[in-house]
Design a protein around this ligand. Structure first.
Ligand code: HEC
Length: 157
């Protein structure tokens, strides 16, 4: 006779397998174990936004390029992990693209050209775009501004 597992074990294993596959789209996140909330990603985004300003002020274009890249990555994660959010009707990835694609592309150009004037103009456009999305999603009380002082005591700009 073929060796078989006792029935209760078979049932348990089946249940575990089915459970693991019930939400395939969430599988990767569960393995990673931690999914940052949209608010967390936004707080990180705000840090990058501030560091970008000081990099541009110092004309540290390598650092500025890095921070623009990090902004892109954070925005990508925001859309990937939060396709929808609370009462917001539009898909989050669509909103992010609508508001941020152009200002980020223009900032990219200014940084590559090491053009500080263009950098400042496009930085302000990006900030306005952040706030426009907050307004559109009823989070308008989250107001982003140019940072007024540098709180990053342990980083050289
Ligand atoms: C989808 C449109 C959208 C765009 C574009 C956007 N945000 Fe947000 N932001 C939100 C939403 C929604 C929340 C509230 C999330 C929550 O419920 O916790 C938020 C929250 C925040 C917060 C509050 C986080 C906290 O915990 O204090 C900050 C700061 C912030 N965003 C910064 C930014 C910055 C900087 C940019 C631009 C680089 C930006 N956001 C672009 C939608 C957006």
């Amino acid at each position: 006779m073929r060796a078989t597992l006792p029935k209760p074990f078979t049932a348990l294993i089946l249940a575990a397998l089915l459970g693991a596959c019930a939400h395939p789209e969430r599988h990767g996140q569960e393995i990673a174990g931690f999914v940052p909330g949209l608010g967390e990603i936004m707080a990180q985004t705000a840090t990058r936004h501030a560091k970008l300003w000081f990099a541009g002020q110092a004309q540290n274009w390598d650092l500025a390029a890095y921070e623009v890249d990090e902004l892109h990555e954070g925005i990508e994660d925001a859309g990937k992990y939060h396709p929808t959010h609370k009462q917001i009707r539009q898909p989050i990835p669509d909103l992010l693209a609508l508001y941020l694609d152009q200002p980020l592309a223009e900032l990219d150009q200014a940084v590559t050209a090491k053009n500080q004037q263009a950098f400042i103009a496009n930085y302000d456009k990006l900030t306005a775009a952040c706030n426009a999305c907050h307004q559109a999603t009823e989070f308008g009380f989250n107001v982003v501004v140019r940072p007024s002082f540098n709180p990053f005591a342990n980083q050289a700009f």
